[in-house]
Write a protein that binds this ligand. Structure first.
Ligand code: PA5
Length: 428
């Protein structure tokens, strides 16, 4: 990926960051890079995720999904980091396999998702690093029952990805299901390029090697300077803008296929950096759709945001048919691709003209290679930002708090978090 931070500089934007400040920040980037490199070399928790391009074995993943390689549909059961990486990849790329993601436990929605699926030719991909997440386990049990009710042997159609132990591992062993392991040291939201994200990609027939090669190429760019490394340029600029008042970061891809990517980014940024009263709030938007809603706020509302555009240099195009109405002749001379590009350029220029900071992340096209680079690049950007904030990027105590409280409230064990919820409820 390429990153252009020109519209985030203090000479054109407010809040903005001056070139001098970035040069001073670059000394901290160099130190952070040393810590990141050491963490990677020693396989430390979290940093180990940046080694996935060389650790993930596509053959192992393809062998595990072999029994369901011809599936017409794929249900992925998982939540947060155990679902969003896979969803980002499969939503971005074309495939004949229908994909359904079950993360939420809203009963009507779950039933609706399962309705009409060809279960006899549907694969189940269950993913939970801890193997204990209530939503994932509950949805898996519901899916399993749906298969049983339809007379389909779910054990023949399920692949499990989880840790070495835990209830999901027990279930998998008990039924002798094909299973893969979440690699050690890789937190959920950094696991898209492991089996966690790539089982779904494999069932959908995507090129796993190209995903990893794109990520590996991005890894090659990690050097000690934000001026030489697109991922660090992004992480450092976002951090510097936050320090100057841009406490929100609106991710705006100009490609419908990247809408889920914004959701993945929002999780990565929020769950990794939102600690110790620090962090930048991610917002999700889509070009061109949100030009007709959120753009008003981004251009004229509070000066508390940076807008991140993701664009592609090449994409499929379709011409706009000519019309008999003279005022619409300009459309007949163009294509939808040209219109999309003009909309993006107009939006970027409109923010720049209003002095609103924005950053452009550019991909050649949306394919496996570029997507691998984008996911890896944003993960590296996030790890760098975490170092600059001085937070523990790889933990998520607030998320764990709510998970424990939920289990405790349902009688799934003794958790002090559940007692706190019970006390609060009594106070009402
Ligand atoms: O990034 C994270 O750590 C979380 O979003 C987890 O992925 C999410 O809570 C699901 O956890 P698990 O994979 O243990 O089911």
């Amino acid at each position: 990926m390429d990153v252009d931070i020109g519209n985030a500089l203090a000479s054109v934007a407010s809040p903005g960051v001056s070139r001098d400040s970035l040069e001073r920040l670059d000394e901290q980037v160099a130190d952070a890079h040393e810590r990141i490199e050491t963490g990677m070399a020693e396989g430390e928790h979290g940093y180990a995720a940046l080694n996935l391009p060389e650790r993930t074995d596509p053959d192992e993943i393809r062998a595990a999904v072999e029994p369901v390689a011809d599936a017409e549909a794929l249900i992925t059961v998982g939540i947060g980091g155990s679902a969003l990486g896979a969803a980002t990849i499969t939503d971005a790329l074309d495939s004949d396999t229908e994909t359904v993601y079950l993360d939420n436990v809203d009963p009507a929605w779950v039933s609706n998702r399962l309705e009409g699926l060809p279960l006899e030719n549907t694969a189940i991909n269950v993913v939970s690093r801890s193997g204990t997440t209530a939503e994932t386990l509950a949805n898996f049990l519901v899916v399993r029952e749906a298969f049983e009710d339809a007379g389909v042997d779910w054990t023949e159609r399920t692949i499990v990805t989880t840790g070495d132990s835990g209830p999901l591992r027990d279930l998998s062993d008990r039924h002798d299901l094909p299973s893969l392991k979440v690699p050690d040291g890789v937190p959920g939201r950094f696991s898209a390029l492991s089996a966690v994200g790539m089982v779904a990609a494999a069932v959908c027939g995507h090129d796993l090697e190209a995903l990893l090669e794109g990520a590996a190429a991005e890894a090659e760019t990690l050097t000690g300077s934000l001026f030489d490394c697109p991922a660090y340029a992004y992480g450092a600029t976002a951090y510097a803008l936050d320090a100057r008042g841009a406490g929100m970061n609106a991710m705006v891809p100009y490609a419908e296929s990247l809408e889920t990517y914004s959701e993945w980014f929002a999780q990565l940024w929020a769950e990794s950096l939102g600690k110790d009263d620090l962090g930048q709030t991610p917002l999700r938007a889509l070009g061109v759709t949100d030009q007709h809603s959120q753009l008003q706020l981004y251009r004229a509302g509070p000066r508390d945001k940076v807008v991140t555009f993701v664009t592609t240099r090449e994409s499929e195009d379709r011409s706009i048919p000519a019309t008999e109405v003279e005022d619409l002749a300009y459309l007949g001379d163009a294509s939808l691709g040209e219109l999309l590009e003009a909309e993006f350029e107009a939006t970027e220029a409109s923010l720049a003209a209003a002095g609103r900071p924005n950053v452009r992340v550019e991909l050649e096209r949306v394919d496996e290679y570029e997507l691998g680079g984008l996911l890896y690049g944003m993960e590296a950007a996030c790890v760098l930002a975490g170092e600059l904030y001085g937070v523990n990027t790889f933990e998520q105590p607030a998320v764990e708090w709510a998970k424990n409280a939920t289990r405790g409230l349902l009688g799934g064990g003794e958790f002090e978090e559940a007692e706190a919820v019970a006390e609060k409820t009594e106070l009402r």
